[in-house]
Design a protein around this ligand. Sequence first.
Ligand code: NAD
Length: 246
Amino acid sequence: MQLEDKVALVTGAGAGIGQATARLFAQRGARVIATDIDEAGLAETAGGHDNIVALTSDATSTAEIEKAVATAKDRFGALHMLINVVGGSRPGKTVLEYDDQEWDFWVSLNLTSTFRMCRAAIPLMAESGGGSIVNISSGAAVTGMGRNPAYVAAKGGVISLTRSLAIDHAAQGIRANCIAPGPILTPLMKRNRSEQEIAFMSKLSLVGRLGKPEEIAGTAAFLCSEDGAFINGELINVAGGRAGPV
Ligand SMILES: NC(=O)c1ccc[n+]([C@@H]2O[C@H](COP(=O)([O-])OP(=O)(O)OC[C@H]3O[C@@H](n4cnc5c(N)ncnc54)[C@H](O)[C@@H]3O)[C@@H](O)[C@H]2O)c1
């Protein structure tokens, strides 16, 4: 029960890594606001957990983000942990094939959403005595990835944004860290990659398989717990010892 008496807000909590994170934080004693645009996914996440509040909320909308933070205040009177999981991509293009609109869409979903969420949440976190932000970047931002430049650039921005957050909000007792997951078996992975590609990626990991969403959730929980109290402004690769770019 490492997260007992703490309040968490998890974005993208209707599937994959966000769903596993909301559930694990709840199992460890936190009260959780789980947000997503997928109502059915959220219902699945909250099922059986009295301490998860499911809230339909678009992470690219400032108004809906502010409502999510207000819900944390109304329901639980505080916010200590913010886990920015929302993101996604559709590989297949080089920069030559993007128009401005499509580029902006992926940057908004993966990077600007994180900025907006932090802007809305930090005042309540400070008022709550401080806490921990965990931003989900990607191993793709560390190694590069072919034919996915908007995602790679946005996720690189998430790493740099995290370092700024750590410096700017340390005095308010807020730590900020970033996780770069390697390939994790989630609905996103199944949408974007064929079975053959998944088998190939499994071999690139030194552990010999793709990661599980719960393994990213566990790292986020560690970073938010007292065990992670001296870790700030860091990038943690959770990629099974990946052998190189994919
Ligand atoms: N799966 C991987 O291999 C992998 C690797 C590296 C990084 N990541 C990152 O981890 C995060 C989670 O990935 P995943 O694989 O669990 O994805 P996923 O697609 O399985 O789940 C993402 C969730 O986000 C929700 N979502 C999408 N747009 C939203 C919006 N505008 N507002 C609110 N919710 C929205 C979806 O409904 C979904 O429930 C993403 O940021 C992704 O880029 C994933």
